[in-house]
Every structure is written in C-alpha cells, then in structure tokens.
Design a protein. Structure first.
Length: 141
C-alpha cells in the first residue's frame, strides 16, 4: 500500500509544480495526468487491482490519456510531449501484451502497467524547470 501513497504524493507534487510554474503545455499535461489519476481512482477501487486478467477500466483510461498526450505533442512546439506520449504508449503495450499473451503473470502485468508513471512525473518536472517562464524571477510588485 505504501507504493500507492508514494504514487499519489509524487503525482500531486509534480503536477502542482507544473500548475504553479509551468507554461501552457506543462499545465495541460498536469491536468491530463490529474484527470487520469482521479478517474482511475474513482472508477476502479484500489482493492480491485489484482492483475490476474486484463484491467478494462485502466486500459480505456490509458488509451484516452495517450490520445490527449498525443494531441498535446502534435500541437506543441516543444519536444518533451513526444516523450510523454511515448511513455504512455508503454502502458498500453503492457495491456496489449496481457491480452495477446495470457501467460504473462500478474506481477509483470502490474509492473508494466505502472512502470512509466514515475519517468513521466520526472519528465514533467524537467519540462517545467526548462521552461523559460519557470526561470523568470517574479517581480515583487
């Protein structure tokens, strides 16, 4: 259960930082991540995740998140959203691997399902740090 609390804490911190100091793309990405996290949490109880079979709710949410991140990447003039969409694509591959190969164990499915969320959070923080608006010192007016 500690890993779930760690996930929520890091998601909250990285997205709050993006909403506070990020540019348009960083803020939009933060809202996408928050929405996906909340929809997953409130549509699929944590106790439900057993990973012995395909998880249809998270699969649909991951596909929707992939679509949103891809749209962000296509309209952005920055390179990092492409990486973000690619990381999200890995989660979809984990679902597809489970569908095509039922012998994939529940532990491997669970790891594949959640592995890329941490690099995505780190990438969002790096994007905010590298954004020119984040480097500006706010005036004390």
């Amino acid at each position: 259960m500690w890993h779930i609390m760690l996930f929520f804490a890091l998601t909250l911190l990285s997205c709050a930082y993006a909403l506070w100091r990020g540019g348009r793309d960083e803020k939009l990405c933060a809202w996408i991540m928050i929405a996906a996290t909340l929809v997953t949490r409130f549509t699929v109880p944590i106790e439900y995740f057993r990973f012995y079979a395909i998880e249809p709710g998270p699969f649909v949410i991951d596909v929707a998140m992939m679509g949103a991140l891809t749209m962000l990447a296509l309209r952005s003039n920055r390179f990092w959203p492409l990486w973000m969409a690619g990381f999200q694509g890995y989660s979809i591959v984990a679902h597809v691997a489970r569908i095509l190969t039922p012998t994939v164990g529940p532990k491997m499915y669970a790891i594949g399902q959640g592995l890329m969320c941490y690099p995505m959070m780190l990438l969002l923080v790096i994007a905010v740090v590298r954004h020119p608006a984040a480097r500006e010192i706010p005036s004390a007016s």
